[in-house]
Write a protein of this length. Structure first.
Length: 362
């Protein structure tokens, strides 16, 4: 499986290299093509620097656009070959490739400008759901995939705090992937003071995402930072308040093997009538052998970003059974948020950033 996931990006890079060689000919063409591809990788090495974050945004969106444009170009030349019964000549192909690159550059600048604005101005999404358990109405705020980095504006965090204060949820749930910076960098940018202001009467509960694992390997464990700044961390554990119980699961690809849900279920009494929520970063559904006796009232996930920007917003639905919104996975009510932030490039085209407000009724 790991080999398969490594093979796909390597094949994609080889495909891009082939097309760059069409654009950049001569004795320096190979070097220029390799430098362009190296720039894509290098921008991920310095995640804490604003200039590299800006370059990464342009490179990620630009390379993505160029990849899909090349696929369309090659499909077009294939159709040309079928109709004309001979391939397009090299001079004409290179001219079309240059036009394609020009369109991609202009399109990328437009997408980044509009997409960063959309990313920074999240929507408030309201969901009304009837619960299987409980006899009291309940309001819960949920956000996921914040991905704090040098391009995440403090004004966005301040607006989140203001909106949460105004909407007055009973509790706040976080679905994982908080930051792509270390604790010292978060403190230096003042995110510790702001994050500590996120609170609700029945608690602020969170779980790890896959980026918590990456950060632990690269910049130190971020979980103590979240605990120190007001979040109650659920690590394959369950907590109950007066109005609900919530279980937080270890991320599926965490270094720590996670417990099956039917084992975690034992922390709740079979006679408990409070609604049961589960926070699970990835919307993978459940294996049959871990299916609990009691069905959770709702599982909440993030991770997918709903594809984040076009054309990945089309591709994401092929990867995940439920990539965004409310649905059912393996017979369990499930909700997937598109996230309040973005990764790689803080750009949203064809998707949205969101704060979700659930109004549950008995």
């Amino acid at each position: 499986m790991i080999f398969f996931f490594l093979l796909i990006p390597l094949l994609a890079l080889a495909y891009l290299y082939k097309h760059f060689r069409v654009l950049f000919t001569g004795k320096n063409g190979r070097l220029i093509s390799l430098l362009i591809l190296a720039s894509l990788l290098s921008t991920f090495l310095f995640l804490s620097f604003t200039i590299f974050a800006i370059l990464r945004t342009l490179v990620v969106v630009g390379i993505s656009n160029y990849f899909f444009a090349c696929v369309l170009l090659d499909l077009g030349t294939f159709v040309y070959w079928i109709i004309k019964r001979h391939p397009i000549n090299g001079v004409k192909y290179r001219k079309i490739s240059l036009i394609t690159m020009t369109v991609v550059v202009i399109g990328t600048l437009f997408m980044v400008t509009l997409g960063m604005y959309k990313n920074n101005n999240y929507e408030i999404r309201e969901e009304k759901i009837s619960l299987q358990h409980g006899d009291h109405p309940l309001r819960i705020a949920f956000f996921s995939d914040m991905h704090l980095d040098p391009l995440f504006p403090r004004s966005k965090m301040k607006r989140l705090i203001h909106d949460l204060d105004s909407l007055k949820p009973d509790a706040i749930f976080f679905g994982g992937d908080l930051a792509d910076m270390g604790a010292e960098e978060l403190d230096a940018r003042g995110f510790d003071t702001l994050f500590h202001k996120i609170r609700a009467p029945l608690g602020f509960w969170g779980v790890e995402g896959n980026h918590e694992g990456y950060n632990t390997a690269l910049k130190g464990n971020p979980i103590p930072w979240m605990r120190n700044n007001g979040m109650t961390w659920l690590f394959d554990s369950t907590a109950c308040t007066s109005l609900f119980c919530v279980t937080g699961r270890v991320d599926l690809h965490s270094a720590t093997p996670r417990l099956p849900l039917n084992i975690l279920e034992k922390d709740i009494s079979p006679t408990d009538l409070r609604p049961w929520f589960v926070l699970d970063h990835r919307p993978n559904g459940l294996l049959q052998e871990e299916r609990p006796t009691r069905i959770p009232d709702l599982v909440l996930s993030g991770h997918t970003h709903a594809g984040q920007f076009f054309p990945w917003t089309w591709v994401i639905g092929l990867v995940w059974k439920l990539s965004e919104g409310y649905g059912v996975l393996d017979g369990i009510p499930w909700f997937v948020s598109s996230g309040i932030g973005s990764w790689g490039a803080p750009v949203r085209i064809g998707s949205k950033t969101e704060l979700v407000i659930f109004d549950f009724s008995p």
